[in-house]
Ligand binder design. Structure first.
Ligand SMILES: [Zn+2]
Length: 587
């Protein structure tokens, strides 16, 4: 057994999340964590909503609400959506907690004391008519990289590049249209080049990473520059240094505070668990492993910037929290597109998690993401392919096997029948299913979830073939043999259900119950309203007791267990849903 930290990318709280988002960070991290827990590892899975930064402030201004009101709204929406998907976070929190502020300031101070944060004079914008600082979000101009004419002072929303206000061509104030004046101002930078050698040495020791992630990371290290970690902005974590902590015009840059969330969430989890030091087991024991899940646009933060922060805080001078482990692996997915187009809320090429879950089951989406998601290539979500996989694979393949084996046993025996002597075919099938614990398990441990679910569904196919070949419905005259065939089939169904549990936890719980099982088979997260540990505000968290549930192993079924006629576990989707959904996209 080992300790495993599952660190999941932090969704940005400026709106509801769509299925492209959760296919990158959400579902794969949960499949991994569920499998690792079932296999006996001690998993800590943490994340939360990322709530600072200019885009939040801009949107709050546009809606006439405070940034806090805006993030309160979307934090709750995102918590509910992730709960609906059954994602088993030990703690899903947010970056506006008192605990997070303290941990971010501690890491900033530690990096500063160790000499890795440098002050630099840069050009900041002021309004000539008022003489006051113009925060990044109030400056607009043409992007020097792609030519987009409404790029903001911190970022171009067209090409996604981060910018500084003085890089904009024809900069103008969004308040009154005047041309800003640029004056010297001081900001803090993280000295990334100081870590280049250590980062390369660390990457040399990494095994099993997806090749694109490793290559991309190495290229980044070849060209490291100091990176600004403060910004002209009022919404964010204050800079902890003397002379800066009371300034309300400078804040720590949102990306710097968000990556520290993995650590602060672990500490918050420990504080809430009653053992405030418990986080150290995942962050300081050299035997503990840490896996970080994200979409590929976030690789730089996890393979370069976060490791630099961890290295810089851990030495040369020891800091209050002590030395911190580097990631074991950065598990990055590629992009999901929709009907051949990039997801876009403004262009309405989107389906939000909430809307999806109102019309379809969570496991139908989880299945699609696992079997056809962007694990190592960009992939496309289409409604017709979603329907085809749901109907042909989940319903006709797995659901039908569950349904016909349990209903035939219920009808003819009313219970799980005992097995007589096993034939060679019976034994071959049972051995093939049991081999799945090794083959599927090894794939899941190596983040090859697409191959893992494909292998599990191939085993399901073998059971279906066995069932058709043995044709128990023709054995009415030989009830003993019929009982043996059904016993073997039900045993195979139970083991297949365990193999599919990380992917399809909701269905797995139901199938467990259809087989006469009681108690928790696949644990689920719960939403809990909690008080901030430091400032008395309240917010919802996702958490749960995941120590219960079925283990990753063959368990013999018990003859005599009562069975009732089952209702279908998966829903067949009508052809009309494809046109309806496409019409929604275009409306
Ligand atoms: Zn641009």
């Amino acid at each position: 057994m080992s300790r495993v930290l599952t660190a999941v990318a932090w969704p940005y709280a400026n709106g509801p999340r769509h299925i492209g988002h959760v296919s990158g960070f959400g579902v794969p991290s949960d499949v991994f964590s569920r499998y690792m827990r079932m296999a006996g590892h001690d998993v800590l899975m943490v994340s939360g909503t990322d709530e600072h930064g200019t885009p939040i402030q801009v949107q709050a201004d546009a809606e006439g609400v405070s940034p806090r009101e805006l993030v309160d709204r979307y934090n709750r929406v995102i918590v509910e959506d992730l709960h609906g998907l059954g994602l088993t976070y030990d703690l899903f929190t947010r970056t506006t907690t008192g605990n997070h502020y303290q941990v971010v300031q501690e890491l900033f101070q530690g990096l500063y004391d160790n000499g890795y944060i440098i002050a630099k004079t840069t050009l900041g914008a002021i309004s000539p008519s008022t003489g006051r600082t113009l925060p990044d979000r109030y400056i607009e101009g043409t992007c020097p990289i792609c030519g987009y004419d409404s790029a903001r002072g911190d970022q171009c929303d067209n090409c996604g590049n981060q910018l500084d206000p003085d890089q904009l061509i024809n900069p103008r104030s969004r308040i009154n249209g005047e041309t800003p004046e640029f004056v010297e101002t001081e900001h803090f930078f993280l000295d990334l080049p100081a870590f280049a050698e250590q980062l390369n040495a660390w990457l040399d020791t990494r095994e099993g990473w997806r090749p694109n992630v490793l290559k991309f990371s190495r290229n980044l290290i070849d060209d490291l520059q100091p990176r600004a970690i403060t910004r002209d902005l009022e919404w964010g974590v204050p800079i902890p240094l003397e002379g800066w902590k009371n300034r309300d015009d400078k804040r720590i840059y949102v990306w710097f505070d968000a990556v520290i969330g993995y650590l602060s969430a672990s500490i918050e989890w420990a504080r809430r668990s009653g053992d405030p030091e418990a986080w150290r087991k995942w962050w300081q024991d050299p035997e503990s492993e840490g896996y970080y899940f994200m979409g590929k646009d976030n690789i730089v933060f996890h393979s370069v910037i976060w490791p630099s922060i961890l290295l810089g805080y851990s030495g040369p001078k020891p800091q209050a929290l002590g030395g911190l482990n580097l990631p074991t692996e950065v598990v990055s997915s590629e992009y999901l597109t929709m009907e051949g187009k990039k997801f876009s809320s403004s262009r309405r090429v989107v389906i939000y998690v909430r809307d999806f879950l109102e019309r379809y089951d969570a496991d139908a989406l989880r299945y699609f993401i696992a079997v056809a998601g962007p694990e190592s290539n960009d992939t496309d979500f289409t409604w017709s392919e979603f329907r085809r996989r749901n109907n042909d694979e989940l319903v006709a393949g797995w659901g039908n096997l569950v349904n016909r084996s349990i209903s035939m046993a219920a009808k003819n025996f009313g219970e799980i029948p005992a097995a007589g002597e096993l034939t060679a075919e019976d034994q071959t099938l049972l051995a093939a299913v049991r081999a799945g614990f090794d083959t599927v398990g090894q794939l899941l441990g190596k983040h090859r979830q697409k191959a893992g679910i494909t292998e599990a569904m191939r085993v399901v196919g073998e059971v279906n073939k066995y069932f058709s070949d043995q044709a128990p419905w023709k054995l009415k005259e030989d009830k003993a043999r019929m009982g043996t065939v059904l016993h073997v089939a039900l045993q195979a169904v139970q083991d297949c259900n365990t193999l599919l549990t990380p992917f399809l936890p909701h269905a797995a719980q139901r199938i467990h119950e259809l087989l006469g099982g009681t108690g928790v088979h696949a644990p689920m997260p719960e939403i809990r309203e909690v008080e901030d540990l430091d400032n008395g505000l309240t917010y919802p968290i996702l958490t749960g007791d995941y120590t219960v549930g079925t283990k990753w192993e063959h368990v013999a079924i018990a003859p005599g267990t009562k069975l009732e006629a089952p209702t279908p576990v998966f829903k067949k989707l009508d052809e009309s849903i494809v046109e309806e959904e496409l019409a929604r996209l275009q409306s």
